[in-house]
Design a binder for this molecule. Sequence first.
Ligand SMILES: Nc1ncnc2c1ncn2[C@@H]1O[C@H](COP(=O)(O)OP(=O)(O)OP(=O)(O)O)[C@@H](O)[C@H]1O
Ligand SMILES: [Mg+2]
Length: 329
Amino acid sequence: MTITAVKSSADVLTHYVVTLTDITDRKRLESEMAQRIEELKALNDRLEEAQTQLLQAEKMVAVGQLAAGIAHEINNPVGFVNSNLGTLKEYVTALLQLIDAYGPLADACPPGHPALAEVNRLRQDVDFAFIRDDALSLLAESRDGLERVKRIVVDLKDFSRVGESTWQPADVHRCLDSTLNVVSSELKYKATVVKEYGVLPEIMCMPFQLNQVFMNLLVNAVHAIKEHGTITLRTGQAAETVWIEVEDGGVGIPAENLTRIFEPFFTTKPIGAGTGLGLSVSYGIVQKHRGRIEVRSELGKGTVFRVILPISPPPEADLPAQEPARAET
Ligand SMILES: Nc1ncnc2c1ncn2[C@@H]1O[C@H](COP(=O)(O)OP(=O)(O)OP(=O)(O)O)[C@@H](O)[C@H]1O
Ligand SMILES: [Mg+2]
């Protein structure tokens, strides 16, 4: 409504002109626009999230391909070394049997025979008693070593299937152990890993994706440790969920950062050292599992990340909205 005063030529107020405009349509349009803007914003958020996931997924695919390539290359030599070691063990056993069979012959030999003197000298020189004990245990040890290499190859192969996201029942402890194997070279000089595993049922999950979550948490934990420290892996079951804790005795997270660490690209690491995607991707994966991640941290003392996962998540179609990550100091 506008009101206009109208004056006569003698500057006397004679009329008011009142104009009424019906703005119902304009208001409706405005609220429609506002709603549309909200929708676009939400769409934009989703696009950004998808882009982040893509970036990380690309990185993981590249790492996965590398891992698969290495695993394949190692597999072949490991195979023939393993089979040769088996044959070698048979040969050595046969040779030792043969040497033993010479014993009575040597006893029957007249003392002072030059051949016997030579045999006795060699026996001493090469320390035959030691060799005979050690040869087989060396072979056994080499076999053990090779078994370890084989396990690493299997873990690498598992790991290279990160892109695979099939739901299947899985043993969380196996996921943790194989991830530990993959990152062990990064961990072993800086951290002692302590396992405090509880008793867990198998859970319905995407194990290769969970491996990625555990890897991100473990790598962050070791990065938080300055010189040397302990990383504790704890697990347990609570009602219809299992929980996994990764605790480090590292630098801790300042309160003002606690609410930001799950944001994509949030990093306190120097340029080039961290992309700031680890936790946001982990958050996304845990969300897909209908679980949640909690974090407690104390500056200078360390940090505990706790992943809580349902044992049998509801089918994806009727999933409720996800509550946001909880952070506390
Ligand atoms: N265990 C921890 N102790 C201390 N700070 C941590 C810990 N975990 C995460 N943070 C903090 O959260 C930030 C974000 O972690 P996030 O894993 O998302 O990225 P990033 O480790 O910096 O890089 P990357 O993409 O290589 O993982 C880290 O830069 C660090 O400041
Ligand atoms: Mg990280």
